[in-house]
Design a protein around this ligand. Structure first.
Ligand code: 45D
Length: 165
């Protein structure tokens, strides 16, 4: 039962964050493919997401090579201090979600490095995926917000030694 996490949002988020970096990316991708159709970016008018800001950051990533695009996403998860990580850190949580959504759509269009078609989720990642599928849409959104929120670098929260500025 090493991978069992109780069906509550906080423990799902924690379990997600405990996965290896690439497994986090892979699981996030599987989540997108599962629920992609129910995400309606048409909602932004009524939301706090800033579409131009998410789009602007996405466009910077789109310009990069596939390898760099993957590195940027790994850096977000590991809080590596990069320009993208800092810009990301300044976004609102909902804008962060929109940014990840744009990346996923970009992966489908192959403007962003796509998933290898034979990529498999590890057992713990699959277990988290199964639990996320069980819960309702609103709770899923809450979980994703909690997952994307701490990613990147919040430069306002760091000392000068860490930011180098
Ligand atoms: O080769 O209120 C591996 C809005 C290694 C509207 C890899 C919303 C091997 C307003 C790492 C696997 C729409 C914003 C490669 C709400 C290898 C609003 C790469 C909701 C290549 C609520 C893996 C938004 C990679 C929502 C690159 C719910 C994986 C948004 C990348 C949800 C995975 C967004 C990505 C989701 C996953 C986005 C980019 C679930 C993105 C998922």
């Amino acid at each position: 039962m090493a991978y069992a996490v109780s069906n509550n949002p906080t423990s799902i988020v924690k379990a997600f964050q405990d996965l290896e970096i690439d497994q986090q990316l892979a699981l996030f991708w599987f989540i997108y493919t599962e629920m992609g159709k129910s995400i309606t970016p048409a909602a932004p008018a009524a939301s706090t997401a800033s579409e131009p800001i998410a789009q602007g950051l996405f466009d910077q990533v789109k310009e990069m090579s596939h390898e760099e695009q993957l590195q940027v996403q790994r850096d977000l998860i590991t809080h590596k201090n990069s320009l993208i990580s800092r810009e990301y850190g300044a976004l609102s949580d909902t804008t962060k979600l929109l940014f990840w959504y744009l990346l996923a759509v970009g992966m489908e269009q192959q403007t962003i490095i796509p998933m290898p078609s034979d990529y498999q989720l590890s057992e713990p990642a699959q277990s988290i995926f199964d639990q996320i599928k069980e819960i309702d849409f609103e709770q899923q959104i809450t979980i994703f917000r909690d997952i994307v929120s701490p990613m990147g670098v919040d430069s306002t929260a760091m000392g000068s030694a860490q930011t180098g500025i």
